[in-house]
Design a binder for this molecule. Structure first.
Ligand code: HEC
Length: 238
């Protein structure tokens, strides 16, 4: 018997099912998402990033921040992301496709050498902290394995008695020289991007935690504080 037609059919079937599964089905499920109105606030979600933050997205990508930082908070039951306070939604479901509508490219990340940054804009609002941390992570997080990014900053000498600029990240008054560290436009844009990272809006796919009045189903159930109340200021990956 000539096996040709059978091989052809089997190959066709394999390719067709994977195309249906990996292309057509996701497109039907999430392919046509649009901005939605948040009922409580009347705001549209997700919002487009303001211009500076959009430029910062490019700095984030160009410097490979996504190699060590993810931007996807796994739902309750998959790891301990919610317990770590990385999720900002009062829901067992955290990151959803809707969150990435205006991200191009989407930088989900694959490894977590550092903490997830999905909600860093809520967790760390101190710009000077963020700038100092980028200039040299050791300044803010002793023992950090994050690389320093001094090339995003300028060193500017200060004459004796000269006042530092208002946007100086920090000033060094050494025995030999006085100088200040100023952020470049790239550093400012990157910090604006980090500030724009937050996914706390409650959308259709993120139902609230089941009512706590209901009798506990199992005594082994993990105790989870409401995510919004437990967002720490600094939570290095453990
Ligand atoms: C080699 C891995 C690595 C790379 C690359 C890296 N980071 Fe980090 N990052 C870390 C680690 C580890 C920590 C936790 C310790 C600390 O705070 O420094 C961290 C912490 C942070 C924090 C604080 C998070 C929090 O929850 O407090 C921010 C913000 C951050 N990184 C931003 C960036 C940005 C922006 C870039 C790209 C310019 C970057 N990181 C590149 C490893 C990395």
């Amino acid at each position: 018997m000539n096996p040709g037609p059978l091989v052809f059919l089997a190959t066709f079937f394999a390719l067709a099912t994977s195309w249906l599964g990996f292309v057509v089905m996701p497109q039907l499920q999430i392919g046509r998402q649009q901005q939605v109105e948040i009922k409580d606030t009347g705001e549209m979600y997700p919002a487009r990033r303001p211009g500076l933050a959009k430029q910062g997205e490019e700095v984030y990508r160009a410097n490979g921040c996504y190699y060590c930082h993810s931007q996807q908070v796994r739902p309750l039951g998959f790891g301990t992301d919610v317990a770590r306070g990385w999720g900002a939604r009062p829901s067992p479901v955290q990151s959803v496709a809707q969150d990435y509508l205006y991200d191009q490219p989407v930088m989900l990340g694959s490894q977590r050498v550092g903490p997830d940054l999905t909600n860093i804009g809520l967790r760390q609002t101190n710009e000077v902290w963020l700038l100092s941390h980028l200039y040299n992570p050791q300044l803010t997080s002793k023992g950090s394995t994050m690389p320093p990014y001094p090339f995003l900053f300028m060193k500017s000498k200060l004459a004796l008695g000269e006042k530092p600029s208002p946007n100086a990240v920090f000033v060094v008054n050494g025995p030999k020289e006085n100088y200040e560290i100023l952020p470049t436009d790239k550093a400012k844009a990157l910090v604006a991007y980090l500030g724009s990272l937050h996914s706390e809006a409650i959308v259709f796919e993120t139902p609230p935690f089941p009512s706590t009045n209901a009798p506990a189903a199992s005594t082994n159930a993990p105790v989870i504080a409401t995510a919004t109340n437990s967002v720490p200021t600094n939570s290095p990956a453990k």
